[in-house]
Structure formats: C-alpha cells, structure tokens
Design a protein around this ligand. Structure first.
Ligand SMILES: Cc1ncc(COP(=O)(O)O)c(C=O)c1O
Length: 390
C-alpha cells in the first residue's frame, strides 16, 4: 500500500484543477499583455482568477499579486515593504518561521536592519506581551506566520494586529504587518480585513494546486516597492509574463478547497485523532509536539524517543509510507529542527521527530496501515539504536 502523509510539503493536484489548466496550455495560450484576441482572452482568465483568489480571503482583486511561489511572495512582502519605507530600523519575526522568512530576516540583518526573533512556548505559540514589549519607536515591520509548518500551531494573528494597530495610531510611519499563510490558505477560513494584516503570502501547491505559483495580498494603501525589475506586470510588483495556466490553477484549487473547507477540516481532524491515539496506545516513549487540540488538524508531529527521525522516515518509505522529519539535514549531519528547539523540546525527542501531514485525499484505511506498520518499525529501530534506553 502507498500512503502519502507529507501534505504540508506538497499536495497532489486536484483533477478539477488539472482540467481547468489543461486548455490554457494549448488553446488559450495568449500572453495576457498582448492586445489581440488571444491576449485579451488570457487577460480575462488572469483577472477572473485574481478576483476569485481575492474573494476567498475577503480581499479586493487589485490587492492580489501573483508570484512564482510562497517563498517569492514572502520575499516581495518583506524586502518590498522595507524598501518602500526607505530607512533602517527594527524588524520583528518569530523563531519558528519557515526559512522563506527566517533567511530573509538574516539577509535583512546583513543589510543593517535590527532583527528581533520572538520566542515560542512549548506549544509553539508566541507571546503577545513579548511582541508588545519588542516594538520600539524604530520598528518598521512585523512578520508572523499564520500556522507553523512543522507542528501546526496557530498564532494569535488578530490579537497581534490589534497591538500593532493601537501603536500605529500614534505614529507617522506605520508598522507593516506581514503574515505567512502558506500552511493555512485553503485550509482554514481567512478574512484579511478581520485579521487586520497588511500583507499575506500563499502557495498553490500546499492546497492541491500546481507547484511554482503563489500569491501575495497587499492591502490597499500599503507602501511596497518592487524587488525585481522588468515589465509592468502585476501592478509593477512582479515583472515577467504571467503564468496564466498556473494562476488559474491556483484560483481553482482555492475554490475547490474552500467550497469543502469544513468537510476537509473534519476529515483531517478525524485522521489525525485516529493516528495520534493509535500511536500513543501502541508505541511507548513518544511525545506529541505541540498542542494537537488547538493546532491545525492537518499536521501531527510526534517525537519517537531513542531513534533518529531520518532512519524512521527511510523505513516508513520502504513500507510505502511518505512522511517528513522535524529536522533539517545540513551537510550530512542532522540538526534538530529550529522550530522544535524554539519550543524547548529536548534534543533526544527532537531527533526522533516525524511530521505526518494530512489532506482530504487520505483515508482511514491508510491510517490503519500506518498503525499496523509503524510500531514494528519503531521497535526494530530501537533495538539497534545506540540512543536506546539502558
Ligand atoms: C510556512 C511556509 N512558508 C513558506 C513556504 C514556501 O513556499 P513555496 O514552497 O511555495 O516557496 C512553505 C513551504 O513549505 C511554508 O510551509
């Protein structure tokens, strides 16, 4: 049996999405900037997709910029907003961000910005008091992810936005608030106006759309400069001929997922519960990383003590089960994940962390299979493990 439980890394493209995209490669292939009928047709598909994408996050169409991926949307948001401000100062993010944001912050530090990285508690949630206390007169931008990609903690975005908005009332230069929604778009409802954010990044391949296409929401009135230069595409913010088939695919994938958002959420919650209670019952010495009751139902992160996550991943792969580890492999040596470290998870448990991530395509039968195979593999690995309990 083949079981794909790595849906936070990427998802299968939905059949309706493929059908939406296919004619755009071979029949309606015009350049959306061309004036002839082919171009006008492509332009209409582009603008319909923009309208659709906007409506699913309660934005206006002219607030959506299509980008090459989630990473690019994050980069345009951060570098573009800071460039438009034009002065150096403090920028704030969290220790548990995806590298798309964290490595951008490292670069910004090199460029002379003062970066502050907020802590996360044992469940991976930031402290609003720490955020409030970190904001100084020279703070320019705050970037907080909507939900974490390793263990699914949902961050208090609306409350953070309220703190920022209160402070902004007294300031001439407003603090810009960016949210990385790559793990939540299409999975939980998003209302950008209600959340109170200025910028939002999403990526189609995380919600059953194609890889290599993302979108950036830029709240009307937010100052932002381009970070790449070329034509006047995408409101002068993202030059380059628009990838209309993929853009239409992104909009369709969002539509398909949002039309089924409650069912998908419930089905993921059921599978996660089943897997979690199954492994807790059948495997000793494991811990669940994060608060699985309050975090996204799409992710379960479990720490298997005394074994290496990589070894477990490989054994599961041999049994046809695809998952991911909680650690980043750097030059052959595995280091505990920066997210789990920030949550204070002890390194022994973090080394054996595995992320199972779900999609509505998964079934209970698949979870039964994982529960049949996993305990045996864990036992086998523990027998050989130099890390095992003595
Ligand atoms: C939270 C988060 N942000 C950004 C990204 C990057 O998205 P993309 O793969 O589209 O560049 C990912 C991908 O895993 C992610 O999980």
């Amino acid at each position: 049996m083949k079981v794909y439980l790595d849906n936070s890394a990427t998802t299968a493209v939905d059949t309706d999405v493929i059908n939406e995209m296919l004619p755009l490669f071979s029949l309606f292939y015009g350049n959306a900037s061309s004036f002839h009928s082919y171009g006008r047709q492509a332009k209409k598909i582009l603008e319909d997709s923009r309208q659709k994408t906007a409506s699913f996050i309660k934005a206006d169409a002219d607030e959506i910029i299509f980008t090459g991926c989630g990473t690019e949307a994050d980069n345009i948001a951060l570098f573009g907003a800071l460039d438009a401000i034009g002065s150096k100062g403090r920028i704030i993010t969290t220790k548990i961000e995806h590298h798309a944001v964290l490595h951008s912050f490292k670069r910004l530090e090199n460029l002379g910005y003062e970066a502050v990285y907020l802590n996360a508690d044992k469940n991976g949630v930031i402290s609003l008091d720490e955020l409030k206390n970190s904001i100084t007169d020279n703070t320019l931008l705050v970037s907080i992810m909507h939900a974490n990609n390793e263990m699914g903690a949902i961050e208090p975005i609306k409350e953070a936005a309220q703190i920022i908005s209160e402070i902004n009332k007294t300031r001439k230069e407003k603090i810009v608030f960016h949210m990385d929604a790559v793990q939540t778009a299409g999975k939980i409802p998003i209302d950008v106006k209600d959340l109170g954010i200025d910028l939002l990044a999403m990526s189609a391949h995380k919600f059953n759309g194609p890889k290599g296409i993302g979108a950036l929401y830029v709240k009307s009135g937010t100052k932002i400069s381009p970070v790449m230069f070329g034509g006047h595409h995408e409101n002068n913010l993202r030059p380059g001929t628009e990838n209309v088939p993929y853009i239409a695919g992104l909009a369709k994938a969002l539509e398909v997922n949002i039309n089924n958002i409650d069912e998908n959420y419930k089905s993921a919650a059921l599978l996660k519960d089943k897997l979690q209670s199954g492994i807790l019952k059948s495997i000793p010495d494991i811990s669940i990383n994060g608060d699985s009751k309050t975090n996204l139902p799409y992710i379960l992160n479990a720490g298997f003590n005394y074994i290496e996550g990589e070894a477990l991943l490989l054994k599961l792969d041999m049994a046809g089960i695809a998952v991911s580890t909680g650690s980043a492999c750097a030059s052959g040596s595995s280091e505990p994940s920066h997210v789990l470290s920030a949550m204070g998870i002890d390194p022994v448990s973090a080394q054996g962390a595995i992320r199972f991530s779900f999609n509505h395509c998964n079934t209970e039968k698949e979870i039964d299979y994982v529960l049949e195979v996993l305990p045996k593999i864990v036992e086998e690995l523990r027998k050989m493990s130099p890390l095992k309990k003595v």
